[in-house]
Structure formats: C-alpha cells, structure tokens
Design a protein around this ligand. Structure first.
Ligand SMILES: Nc1nc2c(ncn2[C@@H]2O[C@H](COP(=O)(O)OP(=O)(O)OP(=O)(O)O)[C@@H](O)[C@H]2O)c(=O)[nH]1
Ligand SMILES: [Mg+2]
Length: 443
C-alpha cells in the first residue's frame, strides 16, 4: 500500500493539510544525562536528537529541550522536584501541550508529573507506540501494535482514563500523540475486559503465525537474506537498489517500514535469493513492542544471512550497531551469519569513521543506496554466500523425470543440459542439502 505524507502527495487537499498543521501538538522534550557509574553508551545529545526525530515523525512540534544531569532517578518524578517546578514555570510562557520524556517513566512517575505539570506527560515508549499505531497497515501489524499498547497501558490505566475523558478516545488525529491507535479506544473497557482482549489478540496472532508457517514450509527453500538495522539506516533503500526497483517506500522518518516485504533477487544465471526488508530497531526499543512483533521478527530471523545495514553518516554509527546487536541478541538472532552493509557513504566528508568500522569488521561492504556505489559488490557477495557449500554434480535423468530438472533450476545452478536419446545429462551446482530427490541419478 502506498504511504503518503502531507509533503509528497500533490493531490492532498490543502484544506486537510492546513487542518493538520494547525492541530499539530507542541512539546517540550525532557532528557536526563546520567552521570552514575553505568553511564550511557548513547550520549544524551544523540538520544535527544533521536527523540526529536521521533516527535517529528509522530507529528509533534518540538518547542524546547531541557536536559538535567542526575546520577540516579528521582523515585516519584524521575527528575528533581526543583526541575519539575522549573518546567512548570517555563511552560507558563511556552504553553506547550506535551512534556515528552526521553527516559521511560513508571506509572507512578507519570501520574505525579501529570498532576504537577497539568499537561499531557508522555515518554519515549508512548511516542514509539504512537508512530507504530499511525503506520500499521496490515491486519497483523495492527493487532501487534494493539497488543503492545494494551500491555503498556494496563498499569497506567488510571492515568489514561483521565486523559481520554479530556481528549476523546480513538478520535484519530484530534486525540493527538499518545492517544492514537486501536489500543486507546480499548482503554474504556475495564481491566478484565482488556485482559480478555489481549488473550484474543495473542490467539489471533498465533493463528496467523501458524498459517504463515504452513505456507512457508510449502515453499521451496531458497537462500534467504534479511535486512536488519537501525531505523532510517536505509534498509528499504538498499533493497530497492539491489532489485533496481522502487517497490518499498522510503523516507527520512523513523519507522517508515513496519511490515516485512520480500523480493526475489536474480543474481546470476539461475541463482536467486530472497531478500526481506522489515521494521527497524532503535536503542531502548520497548520490550513489549519487541514481544508483540516477535512473530514478524522471528520470520525475518529464519534467514540464512542477515544484512545489517548501518548509516555511516550518522553521528554515532557504532552505538547504533551495538543497539541493533542488542535487539538481535534478545531475539536469539546473534548466531545467524551477518554481513555489515555500510550505507550512505555518499554523505561522508571524511572516511575516518568508515575505516574505523572496517578495521573492526573487515568483511563489511561500503555502499550508497542513492548513487549505487558498492551495490554490485554487495550483489556479488550475496551470490557467493548463496552459492557457498554448493558442489558440482552430474546427473543422468530419465526423460520422464523432467520435473527433477525444474527442481534443479529451482534449487541450484544448472550449468549444462544435454538431451540424449536415453536420458538427459545435466551438470549443475547444488547444495548437498537439496540432493535427496536426485540421489539415484548422480552419474
Ligand atoms: N544520501 C543517502 N541517503 C540515503 C541512502 N540510503 C538511504 N538514504 C535516505 O535515508 C532515509 C531512510 O531510508 P530508508 O530506506 O527509508 O531507511 P529504512 O532503514 O528502511 O528506515 P525505516 O523503515 O524507517 O526503519 C531516506 O530519506 C533515504 O532516501 C544513501 O545511500 N545515501
Ligand atoms: Mg524501511
């Protein structure tokens, strides 16, 4: 389904566009620079820049950013009481609609901040869930988002109630950030009903997953690669560059892609690989979201090879690589062979960062999905990996077993076919794992 944004759809009603702009909410972002013994791999500046991008993606205008240094969270308000009061006074002037915290807040902290600040208080997870709710297109993605929202909402139910009575549940755009998506309308039910709904969602998702597994097992086992990586790293762009088509929508926004898309890539005569593009990762990806999207992601992780796409033009690609590896570990995907794809090299002024990463990962391939640089090398590497472990065979197939020849075309690379009187002689490269139906015909 095509995705459109107000900026790129010329047919969009100007009226509607203006209405959206007028309704866009204004937020004050609040971050904490943790100075405790653990520190943070992600600097507070990077994290706030990312929160700002998340806010923009959710359609929220950032009016101001406030950072406090602390060595541990304040139990009841995360930041100190003096800072909270400072925020309240600041907002008498700015009159923002939302306080958006970069750190996740406990239900208690949210309630307390809510009361003192008298504005909508949201955290990072709220915004990520909101973006997912806005972007979910397929039935499965919608159910997964709803499940994640409900799980996140349950302990916060009382707070949600007061908000919903203020803004009107499920009213789409008018409810504003943090109130969108099916999950929010469900909040009007009592906790028991929500539990029942969650049970149903888990069952429906389980059914969908089983159904897809059946479909998958019927399919030929082709070499499969999955694109993984930080959100906005350029995964969809790399898929488009590899296939030479613009199948997958790309945008300079976070979490553009939610649903997996698979394309067959013909690499050289006969051999093809399946490449799947999917949802991106982010530092501190909400655990509940990972849990809800586990089904989607598990399928992605059944790949023979992961193409881990990295935006080398980003301020801190090394931290992003680490964040992705963390999520992969959480999903038990660390064991899958991985090829690092260093993308956006066209944006680099100095190659120092690139050579640092390459020193650490000598197999990494530098590419630009925009200029096409390095894409052929990536395709060759895919071809080599897909062919790795194949052996050369000669088969003598009886004429009536023509199906086996199709099987060979599908699973291996056919190098030569000679139609004799008695039989067909075929020379082919094939992985031994596909040899079973052909074993009797090896020459
Ligand atoms: N200059 C440059 N821009 C790129 C390159 N690859 C991707 N981009 C841009 O980066 C932005 C994100 O690209 P996407 O392909 O949507 O990234 P993604 O990883 O699929 O992002 P999500 O689906 O949101 O996780 C888009 O604006 C792309 O045009 C590249 O090699 N060079
Ligand atoms: Mg994408």
């Amino acid at each position: 389904m095509p995705h459109t944004t107000p900026g790129d759809d010329p047919s969009m009603d100007l009226f509607e566009l203006r209405a959206r702009i007028e309704q866009s909410e204004r937020a004050i972002l609040v971050g904490v620079e943790w100075t405790g013994p653990e520190g943070d791999t992600y600097s507070v500046q990077d994290s706030m820049a990312e929160l700002s991008a998340l806010a923009a993606t959710a359609g929220v205008e950032v009016v101001c950013q406030v950072v406090q240094r602390r060595n541990r969270p304040h139990a009841s308000t995360l930041i100190g009481a003096g800072k909270v009061e400072e925020l309240r006074v600041l907002n008498e002037e700015l009159n923002a609609d939302i306080f958006l915290f970069d750190d996740d807040l406990t239900p208690g902290q949210m309630r307390n901040l809510d009361k003192i600040l008298d504005r909508k208080v949201l955290d990072r997870t709220d915004v990520i869930l909101d973006i997912f709710a806005q972007r979910a297109r397929t039935k499965e993605a919608k159910l997964q988002v709803e499940l994640a929202q409900l799980e996140y909402a349950i302990p916060r139910l009382r707070r949600a109630w007061t908000h919903l009575s203020r803004v009107g549940a499920g009213s789409g755009i008018s409810g504003g950030v943090g109130t969108r998506g099916p999950g929010r309308t469900q909040l009007e039910m009592d906790q028991r009903l929500i539990q029942r709904r969650m049970k149903q969602l888990r069952k429906d998702l389980g059914d969908m997953r089983r159904q897809r597994r059946v479909q998958r097992s019927g399919r030929a086992k082709e070499f499969a690669a999955s694109l993984v990586g930080y959100t906005n790293a350029g995964k969809s762009s790399v898929l488009n560059a590899l296939t030479g088509e613009r199948h997958v929508a790309t945008e300079d926004k976070l979490f553009k892609t939610l649903d997996p898309t698979t394309r067959r890539l013909e690499i050289d005569d006969g051999r093809s690989v399946l490449v799947t593009d999917t949802v991106g990762f982010i530092q501190r990806l909400p655990h509940r979201l990972v849990a809800a999207f586990r089904a989607t992601l598990e399928e992605v992780l059944e790949a023979d090879l992961l193409l881990h796409v990295v935006d080398v033009a980003h301020a801190n690609p090394v931290a992003q690589i680490a964040a992705v590896n963390e999520v992969l570990a959480e999903l038990d995907g660390s064991e899958i062979p991985t090829l690092l794809v260093l993308n956006k090299v066209d944006l680099l002024d100095d190659a120092e960062m690139l050579s640092d990463i390459q020193a650490e990962h000598p197999d990494a391939i530098a590419v630009s999905a925009v200029t096409g640089e390095g894409i052929d090398t990536l395709r060759d590497e895919l071809s080599a990996r897909a062919g790795a472990g194949e052996q050369e065979y000669e088969f003598r197939l009886p004429h009536e077993r023509g199906r086996l020849l199709s099987y060979l075309y599908e699973h291996g690379q056919v190098d030569d076919v000679d139609y004799g009187e008695e039989e067909v002689t075929v020379r082919a490269h094939l992985h031994p794992k596909h040899i079973a139906p052909l074993r009797d015909y090896v020459a």
